[in-house]
Write a protein that binds this ligand. Structure first.
Ligand SMILES: [Zn+2]
Length: 124
């Protein structure tokens, strides 16, 4: 089962739009971040530390999303888009249209989330 050209083009268009949105979000973050440098009040030190952490986390989240989008776009170019990176089974077309940056099929994704939850419980 291969994806139709139409589905691939739809996913590609969505991915490019997601990438554009993410990049402008990242830019907005940087701008509000550099604006804070002018407010270098020592009394706000603790707050700023927390904010720096927050901005860093947002940056990390954006980078990760961007990475997935780039991977998916690459896969479309290479013709292996829509194949689960974990088990090699085709990913459901409806799932791709809902979440074009996904690299995993539903089964592997939920397995991964289950493991992440278990790790979270162990760490807690
Ligand atoms: Zn899979």
């Amino acid at each position: 089962m291969t994806l139709s050209e139409e589905t691939k083009q739809n996913c590609r268009a969505m991915l490019l739009e997601m990438r554009r949105d993410l990049l402008s979000e990242a830019k907005a973050n940087r701008q509000s971040n550099s604006g804070r440098d002018y407010l270098g009040d020592l009394c706000d030190w603790a707050v700023s530390e927390m904010e720096a952490e927050y901005v860093y986390m947002i940056g990390e989240r954006l980078r990760q999303k961007l990475f997935l989008i780039e991977e998916a776009l690459d896969a479309i170019e290479n013709g292996d888009y829509g194949i689960c990176a974990e088990c090699g089974e085709p990913i459901d077309e409806k799932r791709l249209l809902l979440m074009p940056s996904t690299l995993l099929c539903v089964r592997c994704q939920s397995e991964l989330e289950r493991q992440a939850r278990m790790r979270g419980q162990l760490a807690a």
